[in-house]
Design a protein around this ligand. Structure first.
Ligand code: PHE
Length: 455
């Protein structure tokens, strides 16, 4: 396999390995951890869901992440051309195109949720939640999401902030932003988790998080856990391929991927510890669904000592976490446009912004005037969520492990993971990784797909 060391000089890159780690963790930690994970835990029986989720992170998530990293770093190219460079003359480039389409689908609805986050931060700063009772807050959320203009303003602001960071580039935008935001985010979530776990009556919430109740587990739980592991670790969307293409040859791929997975999982558990104990302490149902963060939390904050301040800090964390993820999603599409259509970065960002703005508006309006418009029985918002997290990411992940495990083959994988023998990765570890990439991850993904089709 030819090495692609003569990359064009204009190609941006990360400046340090810490920069790569915070950017990868920044992409992984996002609304998936603060919005999706807690409500899925609540709907799927708490600790039992968490254990299944952890199993999928190790058996399917890590092998896919390592595979995408190998593809990106070895090719030093964006989504489609990465596959094309490593397997010239083949059709593997389609995997990259699917990744780009997946990112467009994700950002379309992600930006709407990010917009709600922006609106809720504004409300928190105005101390709007101090007297909120649960019913009022439910009405507040459904009125906001169903109205026409207000959520579009939030969506536009969120997308514009994302575009602003991506225009500045990899080193000066993404890396600098993530370096400041990620440590700050961890501090904030740890502080809120401690506050929540020390509330009177938080005990049942803590055991809900750590004592499995297997009776709630159904076949749906497995799909939800796998989809969530992929969504949370940003897999199957060529995001890891794209970031890895900006990583220098000296970086240790195994340790970077392991640290990213640990950071993301730790953050998800911390988010659960911030939310569940408080949910139980204030007698709210944990199975509330996608509203959990936007309806339940403001109610909890309104009853907590210092709740007004905590609400500001929480929604600030939510917004920052969402931004470090949305920039990574936008970067996949922008890098694709720059390399495939030879566009300038600014022009590429402008074009993608315009397309996503329109799609995001449609997602947002699907809570109001367009709520009756259905695609395969789903609203536009739910359709984009389903197509990306439950279909395209899983297909993309499957193709990535098959490509690396069977097309590139053992020699290339060992060469990449050990930096051509310069790093000492024990032989047994390499064998386990290869076994996971070649057999375990594809089998897990296939099993879930068959399960799903049979339902
Ligand atoms: N991992 C991000 C989150 O948890 C979402 C994401 C998906 C980011 C795919 C990039 C690519 O919110």
């Amino acid at each position: 396999m030819s090495k692609t060391t003569n990359q064009p000089a204009r190609r941006d890159s990360f400046a340090s390995s810490f920069g790569v780690l915070v950017a990868m963790a920044g992409s992984a930690v996002g609304l998936g951890n603060l919005w999706r994970f807690p409500y899925l835990v609540g709907q799927n029986g708490g600790a039992a869901f968490i254990l299944i989720y952890l199993g999928f992170v190790i058996l399917a998530g890590l092998p896919v992440m390592l595979s995408e990293f190998v593809i990106g770093r070895r090719s030093q190219a964006s989504a489609r051309s990465a596959f094309q460079k490593l397997a010239p003359g083949s059709h593997w480039g389609i995997t990259g195109i699917l990744g780009v389409i997946c990112c467009v689908c994700i950002l379309a609805f992600y930006s709407v949720v990010g917009g709600w986050g922006t609106e809720y931060l504004y409300k928190a700063v105005c101390f709007d939640f101090t007297n909120g009772d649960a019913e009022n807050l439910k009405t507040l959320f459904s009125t906001l999401s169903a109205s026409v203009w207000r959520p579009l303003v939030g969506h536009t602001i969120f997308l514009a902030m994302t575009a602003g960071v991506v225009i500045a580039g990899v080193k000066n935008g993404i890396e600098k932003f993530s370096k400041v935001m990620m440590p700050l985010l961890f501090l904030i979530i740890i502080a809120i988790a401690i506050r929540s776990m020390t509330l009177p009556g938080s005990g049942p919430g803590v055991s809900y998080m750590f004592r499995p109740d297997w009776s709630k587990v159904t076949s749906q739980t497995f799909l939800a856990a796998l989809g969530q592991a992929f969504f949370s670790l940003s897999l199957g969307s060529c995001m890891v391929v794209t970031y890895a293409s900006y990583v220098k040859k000296e970086a240790n791929i195994v340790s970077l991927c392991a640290q990213t997975a640990v950071a993301d999982t730790a953050f998800a558990i911390l988010a659960g510890c911030a939310i569940m104990p408080a949910v139980f302490a204030f007698g709210i149902s944990p199975g509330e669904g996608p509203n959990l963060v936007f309806v339940t939390l403001p109610h909890i904050f309104s009853q907590m000592p210092l709740g007004g301040i905590i609400a500001i800090i929480f929604f600030l964390a939510l917004l920052l976490a969402a931004l470090t993820s949305s920039i990574s999603i936008l970067e996949v599409v922008v890098a694709f446009c720059i390399e495939e259509f030879k566009m300038k970065r600014k022009a590429a960002v402008a074009l993608v912004f315009a397309v996503l703005w329109v799609l995001g508006c449609l997602c947002s309006l699907s809570f109001g005037p367009l709520s009756d418009f259905k695609i395969i029985g789903k609203t536009i918002f739910d359709f984009f969520d389903f197509v990306s997290a439950d279909v395209l990411m899983l297909i993309g992940g499957m193709l990535a492990v098959l490509f690396v495990g069977w097309k590139l083959g053992k020699k290339v994988v060992v060469d990449e993971l050990s930096n051509s023998g310069k790093l000492h990765i024990p032989g047994w570890l390499l064998n386990i990784i290869l076994f996971l990439i070649r057999f375990v991850a594809p089998a897990a993904l296939l099993a879930i797909a068959i399960f799903q089709i049979h339902e």
